[in-house]
Design a protein. Structure first.
Ligand code: KIV
Ligand code: NA
Length: 275
């Protein structure tokens, strides 16, 4: 049996919550695949893996390379790849060109783009031409310079109305699902109740039809910046440090490598006696 399909995800509206995580590499995708309905190759790769301050400098080539790696490491989840900043906002034609390139190069099933009502024409254009689109509203990290920072959204009536209008616009335009990021609970709840496509929350309440987290955040592998909405399910960063420190100590004491790690020792145990 193959991967979870876009129509299957779309049909999960109001049903069993949709499980999503980000993935950027083959080994991580291999570990996550069986537990996820959707693996998102997010442009968060720029901040999480490349150490960038924002996602703005992420390129299409980066998304293609990480997308290929995630496709190689997965066989069950639906793989969705982010369109990076500057690769789709100029026109619906530019968006189609970028999306088609990414889909053809990687074999992914869909793309995600940040934007609401202002991107509705683009979403409709892509959807009608064989490119399933996941929208991303609320806090849109590619708009960091317009927003003046990473701030939660929907805090007053006008802002709440904007998020709801964006959700309705992307659903009407044919998006198969929409990520709602960093948005107050009541707004995410209303949006989820009022649109007919699955909402995927990240800092947007359990009322959403599914959840997504950045994998490195939830594993404790990335701690430069930890938003309120992140829950730590593991502390792999600490494990990495412990392993590196143990290794360093053993190299310095020459207890690593031991006989079993060496070639051509016929009688393990004798080496140290000879020395
Ligand atoms: O880039 C990303 O990881 C994302 C998720 C946080 C939704 O867009
Ligand atoms: Na993203």
């Amino acid at each position: 049996k193959g991967r979870v399909t876009v129509p299957a995800l779309r049909a999960r509206k109001g049903g069993e919550p949709i499980v999503c995580l980000t993935a950027y590499t083959t080994p991580m995708a291999q570990r996550l695949d069986a537990y996820c309905d959707l693996l998102l190759v997010g442009d968060s790769v720029g901040t999480v893996v490349y150490g960038m301050d924002t996602t703005l400098a992420v390129t299409v080539d980066m998304m293609v390379n990480h997308g290929k790696a995630v496709m190689r490491g997965s066989k069950h989840a639906c793989v969705v790849i982010d369109l990076p900043f500057g690769s789709y906002q100029e026109s619906k034609e530019q968006a189609f060109r970028t999306a088609a390139h990414i889909m053809a190069e990687t074999g992914c099933a869909a793309v995600k783009l940040e934007g609401g009502a202002e991107l509705a024409d683009t979403i409709e254009f892509l959807t009608q031409r064989g490119v399933p689109v996941m929208a991303h509203i609320g806090l849109m990290p590619q708009q960091v310079n317009t927003l003046g920072g990473f701030k939660s959204q929907g805090r007053d009536d006008a802002a709440a109305a904007r998020v709801l209008a964006d959700a309705k616009a992307v659903a009407k335009a044919g998006a198969f699902s929409v990520v709602i990021e960093g948005t107050v609970e009541a707004v995410a709840r209303t949006v989820s109740a009022e649109i007919n496509i699955p909402t995927i929350g990240i800092g947007a309440s359990p009322a959403c039809d599914g959840q997504v987290l950045v994998t490195e955040d939830m594993l404790g592998l990335f701690s430069d910046f930890t938003p309120k909405f992140v829950k730590r399910y593991a502390n792999l960063g600490d494990l990495v440090e412990k392993a590196a420190s143990d290794y360093a100590a053993e190299v310095k004491s020459r207890s690593f490598p031991a006989d079993e790690h060496c070639y051509g020792i016929k009688n393990p145990g004798n080496l140290r006696a000879v020395n």
